[in-house]
Design a protein around this ligand. Structure first.
Ligand code: NAD
Length: 424
């Protein structure tokens, strides 16, 4: 059994504390210089905005939003925008730091950022959502831009939200600036393949992990938590490869069928009813129960802190593929590792999204668009190479895949910082 060294405080669940704990494990392994440790464990810019939105009927509501840039040493900041009632600064800081490492693991020339607004988009009308998006974009326009910081979709934001952001920023400038956001609709400079990119990238890493473990994808039993962009496409793509999807879930609850579930039919059902829950021919399970279902591949594709020290001892999957950001607590990491469960860490597993976002940005800047086959081939090359880089470090240093991915990423950012030097 490989070893895992650093001691972790078991009371930590705050995402920023989790992000720091993960960083410190890698920093210890790398014997990182204390000055460098201090620089990299700090977010460079944290913008908090509080802005009013006309809700109709004369009512005005003030919303809280954030845009955090963790590090921009290797290039412009990059990271998604999240709309969720639980959004707080520490969550956005953690997500921004994870973006720095993610871009470094797959070696694309970006730093890390994240943004979000504390709101429940399900309670907003389309008009309120558009007004909120435009005002939030206006508020953060002092730090974003195609050369500085490029947002993208995340939980509860999509191509339409990106279109409103791009339009608002462009209206401020007086000309169209497609490269200010990625994950846009194709009609305004989006990229082929961006919608499925996070899931496609995750599936490339799952294929590599299965090869490494001598496991067949065909016939493998799959459970996916979260049936949105990352989860739904992961389920569909794995089913296309012959895997049997036995369980999926969303905020409305989970469904399970021993015989297997057709993700395309569940997608159609969810579009009609608003949830996967109640899909005919399936048993209802809670989100906690779903994670513990017997399966070969578990894909957490919802939110943070889903696999913790309570349920980690009961996870039955052979592979845990983190399509979501931060779904596993450091305690759970240790337990899964000791139990021999192969975990593909978020900063590697879901890096397909930012990789195709990078392709989209490059296409926008060049006004030259690529075919979907080219996008997918380049994505595959990046994901397979990065998986192999991380696996090699994991084997060489006898550490788990997360620590290995962090070691690769932190070293790359530290090297770039050293070469640039400390200003002034
Ligand atoms: P999404 O809004 O499209 O989908 C999220 C899904 O998770 C929905 O089905 C929602 O019902 C479900 N969900 C939310 N809270 C849940 C809970 N407590 N239990 C069970 N299900 C829950 O969002 P997405 O873009 O698919 O993002 C999902 C995860 O993937 C996030 O962690 C995000 O940061 C990560 N991610 C997304 C991208 C991307 O390109 N979209 C890229 C990298 C990482």
């Amino acid at each position: 059994m490989k070893e895992r060294t650093a001691v972790i405080d078991h009371t930590r669940q705050d995402p920023w504390e989790v992000a720091l704990a993960q960083f410190n494990i890698a920093a210890d392994k790398l014997h990182l210089d204390p000055n460098m440790r201090e620089i990299l464990s700090t977010c460079q810019r944290e913008l908090s905005v509080h802005f009013p939105v006309r809700m109709g009927n004369g009512v005005v509501k003030v919303f809280n939003g954030y845009r955090v840039q963790h590090n921009v040493t290797r290039g412009p900041a990059k990271g998604g925008i999240r709309y969720h009632p639980d959004v707080v600064l520490n969550e956005i800081k953690a997500l921004a730091m994870w973006m720095t490492w993610k871009c470094a693991v797959v070696n694309i020339p970006y730093g890390g950022a994240k943004g979000g607004v504390a709101c429940d988009p399900k309670q907003l009308t389309p008009q309120q959502l558009e007004t909120l998006t435009r005002r939030y974009t206006s508020e953060i326009s002092i730090v974003i831009g195609p050369d500085r910081d490029i947002p993208a979709p995340d939980v509860n934001t999509n191509a339409q939200v990106m279109a409103w952001m791009m339009d608002t920023y462009s209206m401020h400038r007086g000309y169209s600036v497609p490269a200010v956001v990625t994950g846009k609709p194709l009609a305004i400079g989006g990229s082929e393949g961006r919608n499925e990119a996070t899931a496609r990238g995750a599936v490339y890493t799952i294929i590599e992990a299965a090869k490494h473990l001598g496991m067949d994808i065909e016939g493998a039993r799959v459970v996916v938590q979260g049936f949105g962009n990352a989860g739904m496409f992961s389920a569909k793509l794995l089913a296309e490869l012959g895997a049997i999807v036995v369980g999926v879930s969303d905020t409305g609850g989970g469904i399970f069928s021993e015989k297997g579930i057709d993700p395309a039919k569940v997608d159609a059902y969810k579009r009609e009813t608003g949830s996967v829950s109640g899909f005919p021919g399936t048993e209802r399970v809670t989100n906690r129960e779903l994670l513990e279902l017997p399966c070969d591949i578990l894909v957490p594709a919802a939110i943070e802190n889903q696999i913790d020290r309570d349920n980690a001892p009961r996870i039955k999957a052979k592979i845990v593929a983190e399509a979501a950001n931060g779904p596993t607590s450091p305690d759970a990491d240790r337990i899964l590792f000791e139990r021999g469960i192969f975990l593909i860490p978020d900063i590697l597993c879901n890096a397909g999204g930012v990789t195709v976002s990078y392709f989209e940005w490059v296409q926008d800047l060049q006004n030259l668009f690529w075919r979907e086959a080219t996008i997918n081939a380049r994505l595959k090359e990046v994901m397979v190479r990065s998986f192999s880089d991380v696996l090699n470090i994991s084997e060489k240093h006898k550490v788990d895949m997360r620590t290995a991915a962090y070691m690769l990423a932190v070293q790359r950012v530290a090297d770039a910082t050293m070469i640039r030097g400390i200003y002034p």
